[in-house]
Design a protein around this ligand. Sequence first.
Ligand SMILES: Cc1cc2nc3c(=O)[nH]c(=O)nc-3n(C[C@H](O)[C@H](O)[C@H](O)COP(=O)(O)OP(=O)(O)OC[C@H]3O[C@@H](n4cnc5c(N)ncnc54)[C@H](O)[C@@H]3O)c2cc1C
Length: 425
Amino acid sequence: MTDPIEGDVSGEDAGTSFEVLIVGAGPAGTAAAITLARAGVNVAVIDKAKFPRDKTCGDGLTADALRILERLGLEPRSVATWQDADTCWIRSPSGNTTPFRMPRGRGLFMATAQRIDLDSALVDLAREAGASILDGHGLSTVTQNRHGVVAEVEGLGTVKANYVIGADGMWSPLRKALSGSNDSSTDADTGDKYLGEWHAFRQYFSNVSDAAATDLWIYFEADLVPGYFWSFPLPDGRANVGFGIQRTSETRTKDMKVLWKDLLDRPHIRELLGPDAIPEDTHRAWPIPARVERMVPSDGRALFVGDALGACDVMSGEGIAQALATGIAAAQAILDHSTPTEVANAYDKAATHELLADHRMSSLLVSGLSSERGANMAIAIASYNDWTRRNFARWLFEDYPRALIATPRRWKRGAVSKPGAYRDR
Ligand SMILES: Cc1cc2nc3c(=O)[nH]c(=O)nc-3n(C[C@H](O)[C@H](O)[C@H](O)COP(=O)(O)OP(=O)(O)OC[C@H]3O[C@@H](n4cnc5c(N)ncnc54)[C@H](O)[C@@H]3O)c2cc1C
């Protein structure tokens, strides 16, 4: 870690100074803040939103996410809408529905929690760890020079830091402000505006059937593959219901609105949600960036994490585990190294090391699931017997073993039979 910045970073008004400034208080930003603050670093997190704030999401937590949340010290009981789950039902395009059950008595492998509550609990943890949480303050602009980073922040004025972590989501205003040639808002191949690899809709429902209030349901609909419809359970008879599709230049959000209505009218979906299900508010849609192989992890003293790094899984669209992991990796690089070049190199290596193999394996799987026939076949193979069902479930909910076959460096005893999280509860 370099010395705390001196007052002359900009050569003008001293402003407020921190060793590390984090932009964005989602899972990526708070994981970084908790790690840094616990190591005694003077760290601030700004977010343009006031917490608690909602985030359009499926609210599903994979085994990887759960293990990291446990390591960070998050207590499930501090999250009002937390719900443990142990069974995920998968429906093939041909209509076969198979239960995939997680190992029993070995900890938690999947759970759900509304993001408005989960993210607030993480913000509280970061505050308790000693981070300054400055919510309701958005980043306007930022520059960097050889002494550090100088940010202009709404309502705060000039904020200076040694390092800045961009945990500011899919559109990353930080990346945009610094970008130049690294700008990710335009697709380099087509020149089109970049809108994410996936686009997903979400709506909460109350009064859902017992089945929807207890288990996770994933339906591979013939007209959505490799995308899918989901219903994930929440406490008090509620569910997070939505669908995601791969984004192409022809995808129009208007068509997705029509598709959403059509999906909710399909007999098997109506049956799953039950006759008394009540939609809450309106649906919300948001893009999902899953292009870590094309993103630059750092730019000088700026490190990008989570959605700002395009770190979501390209097969499932999940990104909370990746956000937490990259947030911690960025913090660790800052803690372990003393010059900006060393920090950037260490973080670039850590980010690509962990994410690229999984990304490549998921990309392969996406091509297998992209046709109705392929999806039927994949689910039939996974449903073949108890062993395939058990292992497919783990494999689906853990990024880590998904690419295990392609990464010999991870072939260690116990790599495929790691316990779940929160075993002591
Ligand atoms: C519909 C949908 C369903 C999904 N379902 C799942 C799921 O079930 N499981 C899963 O693991 N993942 C899921 N994901 C992906 C997951 O939501 C993201 O990968 C995850 O939220 C990324 O976390 P993050 O911390 O990188 O970014 P975010 O959670 O997006 O946080 C970014 C923060 O930056 C702040 N910010 C933005 N601009 C500024 C600015 N100028 N100044 C200051 N702050 C700023 C925002 O207010 C926000 O709080 C889903 C995504 C979508 C769209």
